[in-house]
Design a protein around this ligand. Sequence first.
Ligand code: SPV
Ligand code: MN
Length: 631
Amino acid sequence: MSEESSAVFRRTMSAEDYARLMAIRNNRLHEFVADAIQLCEPERVIVCDDSPEAVAMTRRMAIQAGEEKPLAIEGHTVHFDGPEDQGRDREVTKYLVPEGDHLSPALKQIERQEGLAEVRGLLKGAMRGRTMIVRFMSLGPTDSLFSIPCVECTDSWYVSHSLNLLYRLGYEQFKHLGEEARFFATLHSAGKLDERMVSAEPDKKRIYIDYLTDTVYSVNTQYAGNTVGLKKLALRLTIRRADREGWLAEHMFLMGVYGPGGRKTYFAGAFPSACGKTSTAMLPGETILGDDIAYLRAIDGQCRAANAEAGIFGIIQNVNAKDDPAIWDVLTKPGEVIFSNVLVKDGRPYWLGMGCEIPDEGENFSGRWYKGKKDAQGNEIPPAHKNARYAVALHALANCDPELDNPEGVLLGGIMYGGRDAHSYVPVQQGFDWNHGIIAYGASLETETTYAILGQEGVPEINLMSIQDFVSLPLGKYIRNNLEFGQKVRKPPLVFGVNYFLRDRETGQFVNAVRDKHVWVKWMELRVHDDVGAIAAPTGWIPKYEDLVPLFRQVLGKQYTLDDYRRQFTIRVPENLAKLDRVEQFHRTQVPDAPPVLFEVLAAQRQRLLKARELFGDYITPEKFLQQDIR
Ligand code: SPV
Ligand code: MN
């Protein structure tokens, strides 16, 4: 360590904090922290270890500093982000690209030196008069093949408190790794704050990712997706590391699903935001290992998966007692929960679609709120933001899976990809093989813009594997890595496509109820063990009616009619051909390095659809494919 760094530490740290930092023998770490201090000029620096005292302190300080307020229920707090800081900000989140390097044009980027100068300029002196908190965490279970050590320097107690809930503590891991710790680093400052302790200069918000040094810079923002470096910012760095090392880092939940005789089968699932991801992972009676980011590795010929995180930062729109009992339970009983951007009245949080009366006034992300309040553009402000969130540790959930921290991860039986597709894909289907599933469901994943985008409702948009925003590699390379992964394991997980948003062609109503997804998941579980057969349709294996009837009865107590089945599983040839056109067009124009096999698999799907149309017409009830193998 340089003399200069040492002097910087002594000037800003207590003897205990200094000793804690020095106990980690890692030169790059010391230089990173020293640089952060010199750049941001905090009044003092606190170095946290894994002790319960350190953890409790950051929570206490978040309240004391006014970044969070306690709510009526023990352990619950609320945090507000500014009106222009309510979600991940695609526009100002950029890769720093070194000269001579090239990323896909689809990715936001800035020349590295220029970007560094800009973001470091904004961070200069940003922590004057404040405390910088140094946190050590681990992505993936600690002391395992999956672990990635991470350090975050932040001036936000809210961010530090969120780290407690969402990740595993990693100070001890850093200590024994020493110089071997190949860590990711985040430097964050909330920037100038207003009287509500909210970032006051959203126009100066920048989130820049330096993949050359595995460092993230974030400034003038508080929304956790922009500031908790271990979340999507680290995911972008992880994808590059996984690419170099031959494994996969995915935007996926992990869950355990019970099958006959009490056996448990693990599934991963990729869904774009607000497409049913967390509510699938939280299905009552099953177990959850994670709701956002999974690492998949081939270990001894098996596909094993671990959650990068240890908590949930979940959307809290339409969470109600009936549809999401497990989430509802943890959000309404004592225990540590951080709510953000909900409506608060008399110490109680309210959110959209919670299934009860919402007060006419209170405090929300806009400050004091009353019904009819308008923003600067004259638009009515909703009581809670639709991207309002809760943060909670997985261990706080009654349905948390006991294997969450297993250093070897869990054996993965299946993967599901789900989008928001009103017209074409059936509610559940299984790929004919790994490549077909990855391409026809993952690389073809479409979602639809919602009412949130003015005048654009229902416009389909490809979001490859639901991870497109975070793929820091050429997209074709990323697809190839997925395809090749299937060859590294003896029995790759089965790949399923699900669609909770299919609508009736005549009425426009959803063809499924919210909880029907539970039946699909149980069907997948049976498929993994070959306990039920399936019908080969042009787009994949689909369930047989006689297998769904008992599942609907057992899982939901519902009578499942042949009419329901036909409405849900009729193959819509014109809509599927149109979807194929969009998918092909996307890959031809946006993925210059798409692997040839991708187009072969899509062409084969087209052939099957055309053949089916010739035999049976445009809309084909599933039983037809019992008579004739369409492959
Ligand atoms: C998502 O939007 O996909 C999230 C939350 O999981 S964020 O941290 O904003 O990425
Ligand atoms: Mn996510």
